[in-house]
Design a protein around this ligand. Sequence first.
Ligand code: HEM
Length: 437
Amino acid sequence: MLFEGLELVSALATLAACLVSVTLLLAVSQQLWQLRWAATRDKSCKLPIPKGSMGFPLIGETGHWLLQVFSKIFSHEALESYLPKIQLVIQDTLRAWSSQPEAINVYQEAQRLTFRMAVRVLLGFSIPEEDLGHLFEVYQQFVENVFSLPVDLPFSGYRRGIQARQILQKGLEKAIREKLQCTQGKDYSDALDILIESSKEHGKEMTMQELKDGTLELIFAAYATTASASTSLIMQLLKHPAVLEKLREELRAQGLLHGGGCPCEGTLRLDTLSSLRYLDCVIKEVMRLFTPISGGYRTVLQTFELDGFQIPKGWSVMYSIRDTHDTAPVFKDVNVFDPDRFSQARSEDKDGRFHYLPFGGGVRTCLGKHLAKLFLKVLAVELASTSRFELATRTFPRITLVPVLHPVDGLSVKFFGLDSNQNEILPETEAMLSATV
Ligand code: HEM
Protein backbone atom coordinates (compact mmCIF):
# COMPACT_ATOMS: atom_id res chain seq x y z
CA MET A 1 0.00 0.00 0.00
CA LEU A 2 2.79 2.33 1.10
CA PHE A 3 4.81 1.51 -2.05
CA GLU A 4 1.77 2.09 -4.26
CA GLY A 5 1.26 5.46 -2.56
CA LEU A 6 4.91 6.38 -3.08
CA GLU A 7 4.76 5.30 -6.72
CA LEU A 8 1.71 7.48 -7.26
CA VAL A 9 3.35 10.48 -5.57
CA SER A 10 6.51 9.99 -7.66
CA ALA A 11 4.46 9.62 -10.88
CA LEU A 12 2.54 12.80 -10.04
CA ALA A 13 5.77 14.65 -9.24
CA THR A 14 7.29 13.55 -12.58
CA LEU A 15 4.16 14.60 -14.41
CA ALA A 16 4.10 17.99 -12.69
CA ALA A 17 7.82 18.48 -13.48
CA CYS A 18 7.18 17.59 -17.15
CA LEU A 19 4.25 19.99 -17.43
CA VAL A 20 6.17 22.83 -15.74
CA SER A 21 9.22 22.21 -18.01
CA VAL A 22 7.13 22.15 -21.19
CA THR A 23 5.23 25.30 -20.12
CA LEU A 24 8.48 27.09 -19.27
CA LEU A 25 10.06 25.96 -22.52
CA LEU A 26 7.06 27.19 -24.47
CA ALA A 27 7.01 30.53 -22.67
CA VAL A 28 10.78 31.08 -23.08
CA SER A 29 10.75 30.03 -26.77
CA GLN A 30 7.83 32.37 -27.37
CA GLN A 31 9.63 35.30 -25.71
CA LEU A 32 12.90 34.61 -27.55
CA TRP A 33 10.97 34.32 -30.79
CA GLN A 34 9.42 37.76 -30.17
CA LEU A 35 12.87 39.18 -29.33
CA ARG A 36 14.31 37.65 -32.49
CA TRP A 37 11.76 39.59 -34.56
CA ALA A 38 12.19 42.78 -32.53
CA ALA A 39 15.96 42.56 -33.19
CA THR A 40 15.37 42.63 -36.96
CA ARG A 41 14.09 46.23 -36.65
CA ASP A 42 16.02 48.59 -38.95
CA LYS A 43 17.49 51.10 -36.47
CA SER A 44 18.22 53.63 -39.21
CA CYS A 45 14.49 53.93 -39.80
CA LYS A 46 12.46 55.90 -37.24
CA LEU A 47 9.20 54.11 -37.91
CA PRO A 48 8.05 51.37 -35.49
CA ILE A 49 7.58 47.78 -36.67
CA PRO A 50 3.92 46.74 -37.03
CA LYS A 51 2.00 45.82 -33.89
CA GLY A 52 0.87 42.26 -33.29
CA SER A 53 2.16 38.82 -32.50
CA MET A 54 4.79 36.86 -34.43
CA GLY A 55 3.05 33.62 -33.52
CA PHE A 56 4.84 30.44 -32.52
CA PRO A 57 8.46 29.51 -33.20
CA LEU A 58 8.96 28.10 -36.71
CA ILE A 59 5.29 28.10 -37.67
CA GLY A 60 4.71 31.81 -36.94
CA GLU A 61 1.16 32.97 -37.71
CA THR A 62 0.34 30.38 -40.33
CA GLY A 63 -2.34 28.94 -38.00
CA HIS A 64 -4.11 32.26 -38.01
CA TRP A 65 -3.73 32.55 -41.76
CA LEU A 66 -5.13 29.07 -42.14
CA LEU A 67 -8.09 30.04 -39.99
CA GLN A 68 -8.86 33.10 -42.10
CA VAL A 69 -8.69 31.49 -45.55
CA PHE A 70 -10.27 28.28 -45.20
CA SER A 71 -12.72 26.64 -43.04
CA LYS A 72 -14.07 25.69 -46.48
CA ILE A 73 -11.66 22.74 -46.31
CA PHE A 74 -13.74 21.21 -43.54
CA SER A 75 -17.22 21.93 -44.93
CA HIS A 76 -19.85 19.18 -45.16
CA GLU A 77 -19.33 18.82 -48.93
CA ALA A 78 -15.56 18.62 -48.54
CA LEU A 79 -15.83 15.94 -45.85
CA GLU A 80 -18.22 13.91 -48.03
CA SER A 81 -15.66 13.95 -50.83
CA TYR A 82 -12.74 12.96 -48.56
CA LEU A 83 -14.69 10.10 -46.99
CA PRO A 84 -14.10 7.33 -49.62
CA LYS A 85 -10.40 8.22 -49.77
CA ILE A 86 -10.06 8.14 -45.99
CA GLN A 87 -11.83 4.79 -45.95
CA LEU A 88 -9.46 3.43 -48.56
CA VAL A 89 -6.33 4.64 -46.75
CA ILE A 90 -7.58 3.08 -43.50
CA GLN A 91 -8.55 -0.23 -45.15
CA ASP A 92 -5.20 -0.37 -46.86
CA THR A 93 -3.41 0.23 -43.56
CA LEU A 94 -5.44 -2.33 -41.59
CA ARG A 95 -4.76 -4.90 -44.28
CA ALA A 96 -1.04 -4.19 -44.03
CA TRP A 97 -1.20 -4.49 -40.22
CA SER A 98 -2.99 -7.86 -40.46
CA SER A 99 -0.50 -9.18 -42.99
CA GLN A 100 2.38 -8.69 -40.51
CA PRO A 101 3.24 -11.84 -38.60
CA GLU A 102 4.53 -9.66 -35.73
CA ALA A 103 2.65 -7.30 -33.44
CA ILE A 104 2.23 -3.67 -34.50
CA ASN A 105 3.36 -0.66 -32.49
CA VAL A 106 -0.02 1.04 -32.75
CA TYR A 107 1.01 4.57 -31.74
CA GLN A 108 3.89 4.66 -34.22
CA GLU A 109 1.78 3.20 -37.01
CA ALA A 110 -1.15 5.51 -36.19
CA GLN A 111 1.23 8.45 -36.68
CA ARG A 112 2.23 7.03 -40.06
CA LEU A 113 -1.45 6.53 -40.92
CA THR A 114 -2.52 10.10 -40.06
CA PHE A 115 0.51 11.48 -41.93
CA ARG A 116 -0.49 9.42 -44.94
CA MET A 117 -4.11 10.57 -44.64
CA ALA A 118 -3.02 14.22 -44.50
CA VAL A 119 -0.61 13.91 -47.45
CA ARG A 120 -2.65 11.64 -49.72
CA VAL A 121 -6.24 12.71 -48.94
CA LEU A 122 -6.14 16.26 -47.58
CA LEU A 123 -3.36 17.49 -49.84
CA GLY A 124 -3.95 15.07 -52.71
CA PHE A 125 -0.24 14.37 -53.29
CA SER A 126 0.60 11.23 -55.24
CA ILE A 127 4.08 10.79 -53.77
CA PRO A 128 5.60 7.32 -54.36
CA GLU A 129 5.42 5.07 -51.29
CA GLU A 130 9.20 5.09 -50.70
CA ASP A 131 9.43 8.90 -50.80
CA LEU A 132 6.43 9.13 -48.49
CA GLY A 133 8.26 6.94 -45.95
CA HIS A 134 11.30 9.21 -46.13
CA LEU A 135 9.16 12.35 -45.81
CA PHE A 136 7.49 10.83 -42.76
CA GLU A 137 10.84 10.29 -41.03
CA VAL A 138 11.91 13.88 -41.74
CA TYR A 139 8.54 15.08 -40.52
CA GLN A 140 9.00 13.22 -37.24
CA GLN A 141 12.36 14.94 -36.80
CA PHE A 142 10.66 18.30 -37.43
CA VAL A 143 7.91 17.61 -34.86
CA GLU A 144 10.35 16.33 -32.22
CA ASN A 145 12.25 19.63 -32.39
CA VAL A 146 9.46 22.10 -32.95
CA PHE A 147 9.46 23.37 -29.36
CA SER A 148 13.23 23.84 -29.08
CA LEU A 149 14.88 26.93 -27.68
CA PRO A 150 15.76 29.11 -30.68
CA VAL A 151 19.51 28.69 -30.19
CA ASP A 152 21.10 28.02 -33.56
CA LEU A 153 24.10 25.80 -32.67
CA PRO A 154 25.31 22.63 -34.43
CA PHE A 155 23.46 19.56 -33.12
CA SER A 156 20.91 21.73 -31.24
CA GLY A 157 17.26 20.75 -31.48
CA TYR A 158 16.57 24.10 -33.13
CA ARG A 159 19.14 23.43 -35.91
CA ARG A 160 17.76 19.91 -36.41
CA GLY A 161 14.21 21.31 -36.58
CA ILE A 162 15.21 23.97 -39.12
CA GLN A 163 17.07 21.38 -41.25
CA ALA A 164 14.10 19.03 -41.16
CA ARG A 165 11.78 21.88 -42.15
CA GLN A 166 14.02 22.77 -45.09
CA ILE A 167 14.02 19.16 -46.37
CA LEU A 168 10.27 18.95 -45.85
CA GLN A 169 9.66 22.18 -47.71
CA LYS A 170 11.75 20.93 -50.64
CA GLY A 171 9.72 17.70 -50.74
CA LEU A 172 6.47 19.63 -50.46
CA GLU A 173 7.50 22.06 -53.20
CA LYS A 174 8.20 19.16 -55.55
CA ALA A 175 4.85 17.56 -54.71
CA ILE A 176 2.98 20.87 -55.13
CA ARG A 177 4.61 21.56 -58.52
CA GLU A 178 3.75 18.04 -59.75
CA LYS A 179 0.21 18.42 -58.49
CA LEU A 180 -0.27 21.80 -60.18
CA GLN A 181 0.92 20.36 -63.49
CA CYS A 182 -1.14 17.19 -63.37
CA THR A 183 -4.81 18.02 -62.85
CA GLN A 184 -6.26 15.20 -64.93
CA GLY A 185 -7.94 12.15 -63.47
CA LYS A 186 -9.03 13.90 -60.28
CA ASP A 187 -12.49 12.97 -59.03
CA TYR A 188 -12.64 15.28 -56.01
CA SER A 189 -11.25 18.57 -54.71
CA ASP A 190 -8.79 18.13 -51.89
CA ALA A 191 -7.88 20.73 -49.26
CA LEU A 192 -5.02 22.11 -51.32
CA ASP A 193 -7.28 22.56 -54.39
CA ILE A 194 -9.81 24.38 -52.20
CA LEU A 195 -7.06 26.53 -50.71
CA ILE A 196 -5.74 27.57 -54.12
CA GLU A 197 -9.21 28.14 -55.57
CA SER A 198 -10.52 30.18 -52.64
CA SER A 199 -7.46 32.43 -52.64
CA LYS A 200 -7.99 33.02 -56.39
CA GLU A 201 -11.62 33.90 -55.67
CA HIS A 202 -10.36 36.51 -53.20
CA GLY A 203 -8.17 37.94 -55.96
CA LYS A 204 -4.96 36.68 -54.39
CA GLU A 205 -2.70 34.17 -56.12
CA MET A 206 -0.84 32.22 -53.43
CA THR A 207 2.94 32.17 -53.54
CA MET A 208 4.84 28.89 -53.39
CA GLN A 209 6.03 29.85 -49.87
CA GLU A 210 2.43 30.35 -48.70
CA LEU A 211 1.40 27.04 -50.21
CA LYS A 212 4.27 25.22 -48.49
CA ASP A 213 3.52 26.88 -45.13
CA GLY A 214 -0.17 26.12 -45.47
CA THR A 215 0.36 22.44 -46.27
CA LEU A 216 2.87 22.02 -43.46
CA GLU A 217 0.44 23.66 -41.04
CA LEU A 218 -2.37 21.33 -42.08
CA ILE A 219 -0.24 18.25 -41.56
CA PHE A 220 1.00 19.63 -38.23
CA ALA A 221 -2.52 20.21 -36.89
CA ALA A 222 -3.86 16.84 -38.01
CA TYR A 223 -0.97 14.53 -37.24
CA ALA A 224 -0.20 14.07 -33.54
CA THR A 225 -3.71 14.72 -32.21
CA THR A 226 -5.46 12.27 -34.52
CA ALA A 227 -2.76 9.62 -34.01
CA SER A 228 -3.17 9.97 -30.24
CA ALA A 229 -6.96 9.60 -30.43
CA SER A 230 -6.71 6.63 -32.85
CA THR A 231 -4.37 4.82 -30.45
CA SER A 232 -6.65 5.51 -27.47
CA LEU A 233 -9.62 4.23 -29.48
CA ILE A 234 -7.86 0.93 -30.26
CA MET A 235 -6.72 0.60 -26.64
CA GLN A 236 -10.25 1.09 -25.29
CA LEU A 237 -11.77 -1.38 -27.75
CA LEU A 238 -9.18 -3.89 -26.55
CA LYS A 239 -9.91 -3.17 -22.90
CA HIS A 240 -13.68 -3.30 -23.34
CA PRO A 241 -14.73 -6.23 -25.57
CA ALA A 242 -18.38 -5.61 -24.64
CA VAL A 243 -18.15 -2.16 -26.20
CA LEU A 244 -16.65 -3.61 -29.37
CA GLU A 245 -19.41 -6.22 -29.54
CA LYS A 246 -22.11 -3.57 -29.09
CA LEU A 247 -20.50 -1.59 -31.88
CA ARG A 248 -20.54 -4.68 -34.12
CA GLU A 249 -24.23 -5.17 -33.32
CA GLU A 250 -24.95 -1.62 -34.43
CA LEU A 251 -23.01 -2.15 -37.67
CA ARG A 252 -24.77 -5.47 -38.25
CA ALA A 253 -28.16 -3.77 -37.81
CA GLN A 254 -27.17 -1.20 -40.45
CA GLY A 255 -25.83 -3.86 -42.84
CA LEU A 256 -22.30 -2.50 -42.52
CA LEU A 257 -20.50 -5.54 -41.18
CA HIS A 258 -18.57 -6.28 -44.34
CA GLY A 259 -15.52 -8.51 -44.54
CA GLY A 260 -11.92 -8.04 -45.63
CA GLY A 261 -10.68 -8.15 -49.20
CA CYS A 262 -13.30 -5.79 -50.57
CA PRO A 263 -12.39 -2.10 -50.73
CA CYS A 264 -16.12 -1.22 -50.66
CA GLU A 265 -15.32 2.36 -51.69
CA GLY A 266 -18.37 4.54 -51.24
CA THR A 267 -20.03 2.16 -48.78
CA LEU A 268 -19.86 4.76 -46.08
CA ARG A 269 -21.54 8.12 -46.39
CA LEU A 270 -21.66 10.97 -43.91
CA ASP A 271 -25.34 10.41 -43.16
CA THR A 272 -24.72 6.68 -42.60
CA LEU A 273 -21.99 7.50 -40.11
CA SER A 274 -24.17 10.10 -38.37
CA SER A 275 -26.92 7.52 -37.92
CA LEU A 276 -24.58 5.26 -35.92
CA ARG A 277 -25.46 6.59 -32.45
CA TYR A 278 -23.45 4.15 -30.40
CA LEU A 279 -20.36 4.75 -32.53
CA ASP A 280 -20.73 8.45 -31.79
CA CYS A 281 -20.91 7.71 -28.03
CA VAL A 282 -17.75 5.59 -28.21
CA ILE A 283 -15.76 8.29 -30.00
CA LYS A 284 -17.03 10.98 -27.62
CA GLU A 285 -16.06 8.90 -24.59
CA VAL A 286 -12.55 8.21 -25.95
CA MET A 287 -12.13 11.96 -26.49
CA ARG A 288 -13.41 12.74 -22.97
CA LEU A 289 -11.24 10.33 -21.04
CA PHE A 290 -8.18 10.45 -23.32
CA THR A 291 -8.18 13.96 -24.67
CA PRO A 292 -5.04 14.27 -26.82
CA ILE A 293 -4.32 17.93 -25.98
CA SER A 294 -4.09 19.10 -22.37
CA GLY A 295 -5.27 22.63 -23.02
CA GLY A 296 -4.53 25.89 -24.78
CA TYR A 297 -2.93 29.27 -24.15
CA ARG A 298 -4.60 32.64 -24.33
CA THR A 299 -3.57 36.26 -23.73
CA VAL A 300 -6.01 38.22 -21.58
CA LEU A 301 -7.30 41.12 -23.68
CA GLN A 302 -9.44 42.63 -20.95
CA THR A 303 -9.17 42.30 -17.15
CA PHE A 304 -11.78 39.88 -15.83
CA GLU A 305 -12.85 38.34 -12.54
CA LEU A 306 -12.48 34.68 -11.69
CA ASP A 307 -13.57 33.32 -8.30
CA GLY A 308 -13.15 36.73 -6.66
CA PHE A 309 -9.70 37.40 -8.16
CA GLN A 310 -8.78 39.73 -10.99
CA ILE A 311 -6.97 38.30 -13.99
CA PRO A 312 -5.23 41.36 -15.45
CA LYS A 313 -5.13 42.36 -19.08
CA GLY A 314 -1.92 41.15 -20.76
CA TRP A 315 -1.49 37.99 -18.63
CA SER A 316 -0.99 34.68 -20.37
CA VAL A 317 -3.43 32.08 -19.16
CA MET A 318 -3.88 28.40 -19.89
CA TYR A 319 -7.22 26.62 -19.97
CA SER A 320 -7.04 22.94 -19.15
CA ILE A 321 -9.17 20.55 -21.15
CA ARG A 322 -8.06 17.57 -19.12
CA ASP A 323 -8.83 19.14 -15.71
CA THR A 324 -12.18 20.30 -17.03
CA HIS A 325 -13.13 16.77 -18.06
CA ASP A 326 -11.79 15.35 -14.79
CA THR A 327 -13.71 17.70 -12.54
CA ALA A 328 -16.90 18.44 -14.50
CA PRO A 329 -19.76 17.63 -12.10
CA VAL A 330 -21.98 16.48 -14.97
CA PHE A 331 -20.02 13.25 -15.52
CA LYS A 332 -20.95 10.36 -13.23
CA ASP A 333 -18.05 8.04 -12.28
CA VAL A 334 -15.73 10.32 -14.12
CA ASN A 335 -12.85 7.81 -14.43
CA VAL A 336 -14.97 5.00 -15.87
CA PHE A 337 -14.98 4.37 -19.63
CA ASP A 338 -18.72 4.44 -20.25
CA PRO A 339 -19.81 5.43 -23.80
CA ASP A 340 -23.48 5.22 -22.80
CA ARG A 341 -23.12 8.41 -20.77
CA PHE A 342 -23.51 10.18 -24.14
CA SER A 343 -26.60 8.17 -25.14
CA GLN A 344 -29.84 10.04 -25.79
CA ALA A 345 -31.27 8.72 -22.52
CA ARG A 346 -28.43 10.12 -20.40
CA SER A 347 -26.80 12.91 -22.46
CA GLU A 348 -24.45 13.86 -19.61
CA ASP A 349 -22.65 16.40 -21.82
CA LYS A 350 -25.78 18.42 -22.48
CA ASP A 351 -25.79 20.07 -19.01
CA GLY A 352 -23.70 23.17 -19.59
CA ARG A 353 -21.57 24.29 -22.50
CA PHE A 354 -18.13 24.15 -20.98
CA HIS A 355 -17.81 20.69 -19.43
CA TYR A 356 -16.84 18.85 -22.58
CA LEU A 357 -14.26 20.42 -24.87
CA PRO A 358 -11.83 17.93 -26.41
CA PHE A 359 -11.51 20.25 -29.40
CA GLY A 360 -11.23 23.46 -27.39
CA GLY A 361 -13.91 26.12 -27.53
CA GLY A 362 -14.81 29.64 -28.57
CA VAL A 363 -13.52 31.32 -31.68
CA ARG A 364 -10.28 29.32 -31.71
CA THR A 365 -12.00 25.95 -31.53
CA CYS A 366 -10.41 23.18 -33.59
CA LEU A 367 -11.05 23.73 -37.30
CA GLY A 368 -10.50 20.07 -38.12
CA LYS A 369 -12.79 18.57 -35.49
CA HIS A 370 -15.33 17.17 -37.94
CA LEU A 371 -12.58 15.69 -40.06
CA ALA A 372 -10.93 14.17 -36.97
CA LYS A 373 -14.23 12.65 -35.79
CA LEU A 374 -14.92 11.35 -39.28
CA PHE A 375 -11.50 9.70 -39.40
CA LEU A 376 -11.98 8.07 -35.97
CA LYS A 377 -15.43 6.81 -36.90
CA VAL A 378 -14.20 5.21 -40.13
CA LEU A 379 -11.30 3.65 -38.24
CA ALA A 380 -13.70 2.19 -35.65
CA VAL A 381 -16.07 0.86 -38.34
CA GLU A 382 -13.24 -0.77 -40.28
CA LEU A 383 -11.65 -2.23 -37.15
CA ALA A 384 -14.93 -3.67 -35.95
CA SER A 385 -15.96 -5.08 -39.31
CA THR A 386 -12.72 -6.34 -40.85
CA SER A 387 -10.31 -7.08 -38.01
CA ARG A 388 -9.74 -9.05 -34.88
CA PHE A 389 -7.02 -7.66 -32.66
CA GLU A 390 -5.40 -8.66 -29.40
CA LEU A 391 -2.90 -7.13 -27.00
CA ALA A 392 0.57 -8.57 -27.61
CA THR A 393 1.90 -7.71 -24.14
CA ARG A 394 0.88 -9.04 -20.74
CA THR A 395 -0.39 -5.70 -19.47
CA PHE A 396 -1.56 -2.45 -20.99
CA PRO A 397 1.14 0.24 -21.24
CA ARG A 398 1.27 3.34 -19.06
CA ILE A 399 0.04 6.60 -20.52
CA THR A 400 2.10 9.76 -20.83
CA LEU A 401 0.56 13.16 -21.47
CA VAL A 402 3.32 15.04 -23.30
CA PRO A 403 3.53 16.29 -25.97
CA VAL A 404 0.14 14.64 -26.62
CA LEU A 405 -1.46 11.78 -24.71
CA HIS A 406 -0.02 8.41 -25.82
CA PRO A 407 1.04 5.05 -24.41
CA VAL A 408 4.66 4.89 -23.25
CA ASP A 409 6.53 2.59 -25.71
CA GLY A 410 3.51 2.60 -28.03
CA LEU A 411 0.85 -0.09 -27.82
CA SER A 412 1.78 -3.54 -29.04
CA VAL A 413 -1.12 -5.27 -30.81
CA LYS A 414 -1.48 -8.27 -33.13
CA PHE A 415 -4.03 -7.80 -35.89
CA PHE A 416 -5.88 -10.49 -37.88
CA GLY A 417 -8.03 -9.80 -40.95
CA LEU A 418 -11.60 -11.16 -41.06
CA ASP A 419 -13.46 -12.31 -44.16
CA SER A 420 -17.14 -11.63 -44.86
CA ASN A 421 -18.11 -14.56 -42.62
CA GLN A 422 -16.00 -13.04 -39.82
CA ASN A 423 -13.41 -15.84 -40.17
CA GLU A 424 -9.75 -14.99 -39.88
CA ILE A 425 -7.81 -14.45 -43.12
CA LEU A 426 -4.32 -15.96 -43.20
CA PRO A 427 -1.53 -13.33 -43.05
CA GLU A 428 -0.15 -14.63 -46.41
CA THR A 429 -3.50 -13.99 -48.09
CA GLU A 430 -3.64 -10.53 -46.48
CA ALA A 431 -0.14 -9.80 -47.77
CA MET A 432 -1.23 -10.82 -51.27
CA LEU A 433 -4.37 -8.64 -51.09
CA SER A 434 -2.35 -5.80 -49.66
CA ALA A 435 0.11 -6.00 -52.56
CA THR A 436 -2.67 -5.90 -55.14
CA VAL A 437 -4.41 -2.77 -53.75
C1 HEM B 1 -8.54 14.13 -32.45
C2 HEM B 1 -7.93 15.05 -33.15
C3 HEM B 1 -7.83 16.51 -32.79
C4 HEM B 1 -7.89 17.12 -31.56
C5 HEM B 1 -8.12 16.48 -30.20
C6 HEM B 1 -7.71 18.55 -31.79
C7 HEM B 1 -7.74 19.50 -30.78
C8 HEM B 1 -7.58 20.84 -31.00
C9 HEM B 1 -7.68 21.85 -29.97
C10 HEM B 1 -7.95 21.56 -28.49
C11 HEM B 1 -7.49 23.05 -30.54
C12 HEM B 1 -7.58 24.41 -29.87
C13 HEM B 1 -6.28 24.80 -29.21
C14 HEM B 1 -6.47 26.12 -28.46
O1 HEM B 1 -7.48 26.30 -27.79
O2 HEM B 1 -5.59 26.96 -28.57
C15 HEM B 1 -7.24 22.82 -31.96
C16 HEM B 1 -6.99 23.80 -32.89
C17 HEM B 1 -6.85 23.56 -34.24
N1 HEM B 1 -6.98 22.36 -34.89
FE1 HEM B 1 -7.33 20.58 -34.03
N2 HEM B 1 -7.52 18.75 -33.13
C18 HEM B 1 -7.60 17.56 -33.77
C19 HEM B 1 -7.50 17.33 -35.14
C20 HEM B 1 -7.33 18.30 -36.09
C21 HEM B 1 -7.28 18.08 -37.53
C22 HEM B 1 -7.46 16.72 -38.20
C23 HEM B 1 -7.08 19.28 -38.09
C24 HEM B 1 -6.93 19.68 -39.55
C25 HEM B 1 -6.42 19.04 -40.48
C26 HEM B 1 -7.02 20.28 -37.05
C27 HEM B 1 -6.84 21.62 -37.25
C28 HEM B 1 -6.78 22.57 -36.24
C29 HEM B 1 -6.50 23.98 -36.48
C30 HEM B 1 -6.23 24.63 -37.84
C31 HEM B 1 -6.56 24.62 -35.22
C32 HEM B 1 -6.30 26.10 -34.93
C33 HEM B 1 -7.60 26.84 -34.88
C34 HEM B 1 -7.36 28.30 -34.51
O3 HEM B 1 -6.28 28.65 -34.06
O4 HEM B 1 -8.29 29.06 -34.62
N3 HEM B 1 -7.19 19.64 -35.84
N4 HEM B 1 -7.33 21.46 -32.21
